[in-house]
Design a binder for this molecule. Structure first.
Ligand code: SAH
Length: 355
């Protein structure tokens, strides 16, 4: 076991077993703090790193939503978990089509990793709008209209897991075996009924339910701000939009699945996003919701094919990878169907583009 795993084992020795959510939060903050995980030499690749058209489409989405609401003043453009800053750079470049969008814009990047914050500052150093960094979305961001983007962010937020047993739904915990290695174990006492949604209560033994409380409460805060101040949020992530999906927690390292407990902090931990839970959270906070719709349909509705034709025409020599890259984003067997887009708007706002 690595040094970080030994630290978790010491924590468990001191305070007892930890939940999957606690483990996920600790392991992911160590993972992202220590590296830039993106690209061929890294662990995984994301849509903005595949094609510049992705960030461009999302930037134009923000401009259109802002325009449709009568161009509210003093708005913020916020990105959650901006990775290398590529999406934001592409979005701001595309947004130049409507210069007054950029006029009084404040850009806020929500990032916990010092390594990735430095990468984002480098990517955005020539951007001529004021940008600053915070480590979480909180009430200091709730006082203005906001346009918020989050790509592959909600999947990194901690989830708890509950397993149906003969004695009820028991939380999956992480503890140590007699040799000190990290292992999964079930809590001896079943979880209170309120933790399990009514449509899962009768599931058969062995069924797994994943509960994303941090994601839900973050969604409530965002939806509240949008309902009150205007603007819109666009989430793109992989996930499911039917109940009863089961276990999705996964570790990814070097573009392949890895084990979850063997080398904690060295692989990216994520869980599929429960879109129905996020829809309920946003509606409960008084916002209206569009989607989830598949990433493929969403990007095609926004005109990604036309934009790619333009790009191809702008190159003097044939540039085949432009089409291959966009195909990766929209083809159903690639990222087009597993990834979904969800929009949160004030109830009075018109239908946003892409849905
Ligand atoms: N959106 C980027 C990166 C996705 S990876 C892209 O599409 O390329 C997840 C990002 O979220 C990383 O930047 C990571 O450091 C950040 N992150 C993960 N958990 C976070 C948290 N709890 N608070 C803030 N940022 C977080």
């Amino acid at each position: 076991m690595n040094a970080f795993g030994q630290r978790i084992a010491a924590l468990i020795a001191a305070q007892g077993p930890i939940s999957v959510a606690e483990f996920m939060a600790l392991a992911n903050s160590a993972y992202y703090a220590a590296r830039d995980p993106f690209g061929g030499g890294g662990d995984f690749i994301t849509a903005p790193e595949i094609s510049q058209t992705f960030g461009e489409m999302l930037g134009l989405w923000c401009v259109q939503v802002w325009h449709d609401q009568g161009k509210p003043k003093h708005k913020r453009l916020i990105e959650l978990g901006p990775g290398r800053g590529t999406l934001m750079a592409d979005a701001l470049r595309a947004a130049r089509v409507m210069p007054d969008f950029l006029d009084d814009l404040e850009v806020v990047l929500v990032e916990t990793s010092p390594t990735l914050k430095a990468a984002q500052q480098e990517t955005l150093k020539d951007v001529r709008v004021p940008a600053h960094w915070v480590s979480q979305f909180d009430s200091s961001l709730a006082d203005r209209p906001l346009l918020l983007l989050a790509n592959e962010f909600f999947d990194a937020l901690p989830i708890r897991q509950f397993v149906k047993t003969a004695r009820g739904w028991c939380e999956r915990m992480i503890t140590t075996d007699p040799n000190g290695a990290l292992i999964f174990a079930l809590s001896p006492v079943p979880a209170p009924d309120a933790v399990i949604p009514s449509d899962r209560v009768g599931a058969s033994e062995g069924a797994v339910y994943e509960r994303a409380d941090p994601a839900r409460s973050l969604m409530e805060d965002i939806a509240h701000t949008i309902a009150r101040n205007g603007g819109g949020a666009l989430l793109v992530d992989y996930g499911y939009d039917e109940p009863g999906f089961g276990e999705t927690l996964q570790a990814v390292s070097n573009h392949a699945f890895a084990t979850i407990l063997d080398a904690p902090g060295e692989s990216d931990l994520s869980a599929h996003v429960d879109f129905l839970a996020l829809v309920a959270a946003a509606k409960g906070a008084g916002a209206s919701v569009f989607g989830p719709t598949t990433q493929g349909e969403f990007l095609q509705n926004l005109g990604i094919v036309r934009r790619t034709e333009q790009l191809v025409a702008s190159y003097k020599s044939p540039h085949l990878s432009l089409w291959t890259d966009v195909d990766r984003l929209i083809a159903p067997e690639q990222m087009g169907t597993l990834f979904k887009a969800l929009a949160i708007l004030p109830v009075a706002a018109p239908q946003p583009p892409g849905f």
